[in-house]
Design a protein around this ligand. Sequence first.
Ligand code: HEC
Ligand code: HEC
Length: 208
Amino acid sequence: MRSRDKQRGAKEGVSLGVVLLLVLANLLFTEASIAAGSGAALLASGCTGCHGYDGLSAGPATPNIAHMNAGTFVQRMKDFKSGNRVATIMGRLAKGYSDDELAVLGEYFSKRQLGHVVQPLDVALANKGRALAQKYCASCHINDGKVDDGGPGILAGQWLTYLCYTIEDYQSGLVHVPKKMREGLDAIKNEAGKEGITSVLHFYASQE
Ligand code: HEC
Ligand code: HEC
């Protein structure tokens, strides 16, 4: 761009028209690079205040979104947008992004490393939760919740507070969950009471 500028400047003299053309070319270039993914970080900077630079969030009620399957990500963002998914903040926020931008963001966050947040957890309770999780949850939340295959999201290393909130939303019927998950939660309650559910959530939150 710069050497072309010089050549042109030498041939024609730097007219206002040339400068305007260059400004326009620059704008087009920026748009193109966002589409190509190199501007993804710029787009994601609207999210990092809450979800952290690498998708690991700062607050216990704000979920980590690192390593989420891109398809799950886009679906949840579209559901926030349409009001199909309960939200305190994301409903309004998601409306600011086009489908193309959501696809770019989905790619970006799916490529962030799986991580875990530092939080106080009860290790004994987490150990107790392991067996229950394997029995009732592992068929969908595979690899101890580290893999998002088929839309369940990432549970490993997630904020415990956030996990507890989502379970409450599911149990109050605010968010649709698969029948088998509902049955699993009920079975855990029957087998180990409310503490059983808490122990499973401690288990997933402790995975790294
Ligand atoms: C002001 C804080 C804030 C900002 C900024 C923010 N989020 Fe969120 N995000 C939240 C909270 C809180 C939730 C939990 C749902 C809710 O209550 O809105 C959430 C939930 C999500 C979820 C669902 C995660 C899951 O496991 O279901 C995704 C995906 C998400 N945000 C993506 C984004 C993206 C992409 C951006 C930037 C465009 C963004 N968020 C900006 C606070 C924020
Ligand atoms: C039949 C498959 C299936 C089983 C079994 C299952 N889940 Fe899920 N789980 C899902 C799906 C799909 C979602 C995403 C639902 C949504 O859109 O919020 C989910 C979401 C979740 C979430 C919220 C994740 C997030 O990112 O917001 C938690 C927490 C959770 N499950 C816990 C459990 C526990 C604990 C068990 C065991 C009792 C369990 N699940 C069993 C399929 C399953």
